[in-house]
Design a binder for this molecule. Structure first.
Ligand code: ADP
Length: 503
């Protein structure tokens, strides 16, 4: 273990748009706190910089206070003041940036989906670097995430390094290549980037149209580029890269896929306060008690204790295989199971479609659709369900299949991206028996999905002993951040050593 302040203890700063549980939209939030905590445990000094959103969960921040400094930062030809707040989230020190800009960038009652997202997050990226520069911190690694903070990489090397702030190395993680942050080239100038210098095919110009692309910029300008699973890293080198495959090929030496972990403190059925009864692999009574409690809470039938409960917790977007999720509802009913969906959609027609299905099943005592975001309920569904479906079209990593296993809910997933790196089919004889932990299918159609769900139901009903062993085995798999954080630690150390050697 490295100690902070020693030669091997690094100073790592994550600049991100989300962090669990204060500001969470999806998996990115879990990664920031999970990876941050794991690196801190390994003896590194880890700090996080976030926007100060009006809608964040303020009650999840300890010692929130405003600092006695104002950071002036450049934007669109002017300097703007920013209040800097500090606080502790999950034991990690966090800086919250509150712009004093008339655009009220983070007072929108939501995290994303505003007409000026490009502006808001380029502003944030600039202030985050300005804060580090002005505080004269000796940072070893600046780790930015997704397009919202991808601006950090070109800003660091093209603006701040010229000011003498150049000891750090930049790591960029793309959590999903579907979102790349494109805009007309001149918009890059808002945050002080040089459009003429960057609007070139080998720098930030998008590979297929005349706009600029910030994820491309981060790939070109970062010292380390990662994505969130080895299989997805492979997939994005071809079609999965959504136009960035050639850029990734050019920069392949610095690009690696590291599987996300899960935060095993937050997701621990033996201590989880959201559950009716805590439980563990060696004492599964609590699991059935939670199933009974959820059935009661959601007014689902309790007549047959052994009727399998299928869970699904997801953002309802095309990536997640919404057509297969819809199909799974009817298929589960046909197979005599119960189905609970917890999900909401930023896409109005998908939200409406699922509201229609929810209405259709309103009085059904085997199917329940809850079209909202609800953290507490998500814990109960992981605990109560026997099976958990993730039929994604593509899935960079996916966390819910790992959380499900930790709670003894057997995953039924499509073999893609991180699902392919974490779920191994019980019937696949090419895979060592000890690794087999769920059910998978390859083709993204109803037939493919049915074959996996039917096999899961068969095992559940016909081989209860095998099923119980599977549940216990899944609960014991180590999905903690420990292994993955070691991989990040390793690439950080190598980049920092190269930086020291260069200096
Ligand atoms: P993505 O980041 O693409 O949304 P992940 O599987 O990586 O998918 O992470 C999703 C995270 O968000 C998980 O922690 C999951 O439990 C949570 N989540 C998704 N939808 C909901 C919801 N409606 N209510 C509560 N938690 C949700």
């Amino acid at each position: 273990m490295a100690l902070p302040g020693t030669s091997s203890g690094l100073h790592i700063v994550h600049i991100a748009a989300e962090m669990a549980p204060v500001a969470k939209v999806g998996g990115l939030a879990d990664v920031i706190s999970g990876l941050g905590k794991a690196l801190q445990k390994k003896g590194h000094l880890v700090e996080i910089i976030l926007p100060k959103y009006d809608c964040m969960q303020h009650n999840q921040i300890n010692n929130l206070k405003v600092l006695d400094v104002v950071v002036q930062s450049y934007f669109e030809g002017n300097m703007f003041a920013n209040k800097i707040w500090t606080g502790t989230v999950e034991g990690l020190p966090v800086y919250f940036i509150e712009p004093q800009h008339p655009g009220k960038f983070f007072w929108r009652a939501q995290y994303y989906g505003e007409h000026d997202d490009f502006k808001r997050f380029s502003y944030f990226s600039r202030v985050a670097l300005e804060l580090l520069y002005q505080s004269r911190k000796k940072v070893d690694i600046i780790h930015c995430h997704d397009w919202q903070t991808a601006f950090v990489a070109p800003l660091y090397w093209d603006v701040y390094a010229n000011l003498g702030f150049n000891s750090a190395r930049i790591c960029f993680t793309c959590h999903n290549f579907e979102y790349q942050g494109t805009a007309p080239a001149q918009d890059l100038a808002y945050c002080g980037l040089d459009v003429e210098h960057l609007d070139r095919p080998d720098r930030m110009r998008d590979n297929s149209h005349g706009r600029i692309n910030v994820v491309k910029g981060a790939i070109v300008y970062s010292n380390i580029v990662t994505t969130v699973s080895p299989t997805y890293a492979q997939e994005v080198r071809s079609e999965g890269g959504r136009g960035l495959q050639d850029t990734l090929k050019v920069h392949s030496k610095k690009f690696v896929g590291i599987l996300n972990g899960i935060d095993t403190d937050t997701w621990n059925p033996s201590t989880d306060m959201f559950l009716k009864v805590q439980y563990s692999a060696n004492d599964l009574y609590g699991k059935s008690a939670n199933k009974a409690a959820l059935r009661k809470q959601l007014k689902l039938s309790s007549t047959h204790a052994s009727q399998p409960l299928v869970g699904c917790i997801t953002r309802l977007v095309p990536q997640k295989g919404v057509h297969l999720i819809r199909h799974a509802i009817y298929k589960t009913a046909e197979l005599g199971g119960q189905f609970v969906l917890l999900g909401s959609s930023p896409v109005p027609h998908i939200q409406r479609e699922f509201e229609g299905i929810a209405d259709q099943f309103q009085n059904n005592n085997n199917i329940k659709l809850l079209l909202k975001y609800d953290d507490a309920l998500s814990h109960m569904i992981f605990a109560a369900s026997d099976m958990f479906i993730v039929p994604s079209m593509f899935e960079p990593c996916g966390l819910t299949q790992m959380i499900a296993m930790r709670y003894g809910s057997v995953p039924v997933v499509r073999k893609t991206g991180g699902l392919n790196d974490s779920v191994f089919d019980l019937d696949d004889e090419t895979i060592p028996v000890e690794l087999r932990n769920g059910f998978t299918f390859l083709k993204a159609d109803e037939k493919g999905f049915d074959s996996a769900l039917e096999r899961a139901f068969n095992y559940y009903h016909r081989k209860p002993e095998v099923w119980k062993q599977l549940v216990q085995k899944d609960m014991k798999i180590d999905f903690s951040w420990d292994t993955s954080a070691s991989q990040y630690e390793d690439i950080y150390q190598r980049a920092a050593a190269r930086a020291r050697a260069g200096a």
